[in-house]
Design a protein around this ligand. Sequence first.
Ligand SMILES: [Zn+2]
Length: 270
Amino acid sequence: MMTRLYPRAATGRHLTLLSLLATLAACASSPLERRQVVLYSEADMTARGEAAYSQMRAEIAASEDARATRYVQCVADHVVEALPEAQRENTRWEVTLFASEQVNAFALPGGKIGVYEGLLDVAINQHQLAAVMAHEVGHVLANHSNERASQSALRNVGFGVAQILGASDTTLRALDVGTQLGLFLPFNRTQESEADVIGLTLMARAGFEPEESISLWENMAATAGERSPELLSTHPSPSTRMDDLRARMPAAEAELDAAQARGATPDCIR
Ligand SMILES: [Zn+2]
């Protein structure tokens, strides 16, 4: 007699679930042509981003430093101005300088950018601040939040399926550890280098000096000893990151030349 490993009903449910997911999971491509699995619509992600932004603004005070606020707005305006037309026109880009000593910044789907006052001590000029902002905007352009949210949803479904199939506790634990270690960290290395590449091009296209992105990560690493920058904990900074940036510098410098020829010469002063 054949031993059926899985009850027929569970297998059926499993297949239905998987084919449903296959239909739902639109295979998109990142701006760098990497295939991505994204489950949520752009409208959905915009709503999530806006909700998170409102919540942060309710919980963290905005900076009272009017001069620094104008400076951050100026850099953001130049970065947004350099975006491809579709992303510039169809997104309500907004930036807030938060009154917090954290060395951090973020950009959320829906075009909501946050910078913490502490970052201005490490990103010490307009070019370096633009490097951080353009990197964060790069995550948004490449749909990375959607990808992460989708991975975590798929992971939960994966668990459900494993449980339906009667996987042992050990298997479930292994699955959990494996997903935490490899795939589902805040931003993975692939996403980080994509954001670096997109960010470098974007900052240069806006007329900021791309070389300064390397100085920025050096400053960031130097700060790590005394005051560990949040940005480093979520954005690991191996030396390969700087090597990658250096390798792309000639292309970025060409973008900068073109930007300057168009008259894009930002002059944001703190
Ligand atoms: Zn990043």
